[in-house]
Design a protein around this ligand. Structure first.
Ligand code: GDP
Length: 176
C-alpha cells in the first residue's frame, strides 16, 4: 500500500431520486465495483465511504448517503442534504417520470441545501438504450441551463460511474 501523501479532503455526498432508478446500484458499483440484479430496496438511508486519488497530492473521500426513494421516506431527505457538500440526482433513461422527479429534487436542493452544493445529474441505465424514453441532448441542455454536471451512467456495465464521481471530486473546492 502506498503511503498517504498530500492532502485528504472529505465531503458529504447525498443521492436523491425516484425509487428504483439505481441509486443504490450506482453506489455499489462505485464503492465495491459490483452489480446485483436483485437488490433489496434501501430502507431509510445507507452510509458508505469511498476514496478517490485525484493526483499524487490530492485524495478525496466521499461519505455517501444513499437515501430511499419511496415517498414515505421523503420527509427524511432534508436531514441528509442539509449538510451535504455534493449531491447526485439520479433518473432512469427508461422512465419519463423519473426525470420530472429529478428536476423537483434539484429545485428543492437549490432552495434548501447549502448554496455552494455541487450537484450532478445522472441518467442511469444507459445500457437499456432500446427502452430509452429520455433524450440525451434534452437532459444535457437542462443540466447545462441549471449548472449541473451531467452523465449518462450504467451501474450494470459500469459506464461513466467513476467518471461521475471523479468529476464531482474535481469540482469541489480544493485549495491547491
Ligand atoms: P434505487 O431504489 O434507486 O436505489 O434503485 P436500485 O439500485 O435498488 O435499482 C433498482 C433496480 O434497477 C434493480 O433491479 C437494479 O438491479 C436495476 N438497475 C440499477 N442500475 C441499473 C443499470 O444501470 N442498468 C440496468 N439494466 N439495471 C439497473
Amino acid at each position: 500500500q502506498t503511503p498517504q501523501t498530500g492532502r485528504l479532503y472529505q465531503f458529504k455526498l447525498v443521492l436523491l431520486g425516484e425509487s428504483a432508478v439505481g441509486k443504490s446500484s450506482l453506489v455499489l458499483r462505485f464503492v465495491k465495483d459490483q452489480f446485483d440484479d436483485y437488490r433489496e430496496s434501501t430502507i431509510g438511508a445507507a452510509f458508505l465511504t469511498q476514496t478517490i486519488g485525484l493526483d499524487n497530492n490530492t485524495t478525496v473521500k466521499f461519505e455517501i448517503w444513499d437515501t430511499a426513494g419511496q415517498e414515505r421516506y421523503k420527509s427524511l431527505a432534508p436531514m441528509y442534504y442539509r449538510n451535504a457538500n455534493c449531491a447526485v440526482v439520479v433518473y432512469d433513461i427508461t422512465q419519463a417520470s423519473s426525470l420530472e422527479k429529478a428536476k423537483s429534487w434539484v429545485k428543492e436542493l437549490q432552495r434548501q441545501a447549502d448554496p455552494n452544493i455541487v450537484i450532478a445529474l445522472a441518467g442511469n441505465k444507459s445500457d437499456l438504450s432500446a427502452r430509452r424514453v429520455i433524450d440525451t441532448e434534452e437532459a444535457k441542455a437542462y443540466a447545462d441551463d441549471t449548472g449541473l454536471l451531467f452523465f449518462e451512467t450504467s451501474a450494470k456495465t459500469a459506464t461513466n460511474v467513476n467518471e461521475l464521481f471523479t468529476s464531482i471530486a474535481r469540482k469541489m473546492p480544493l485549495d491547491q
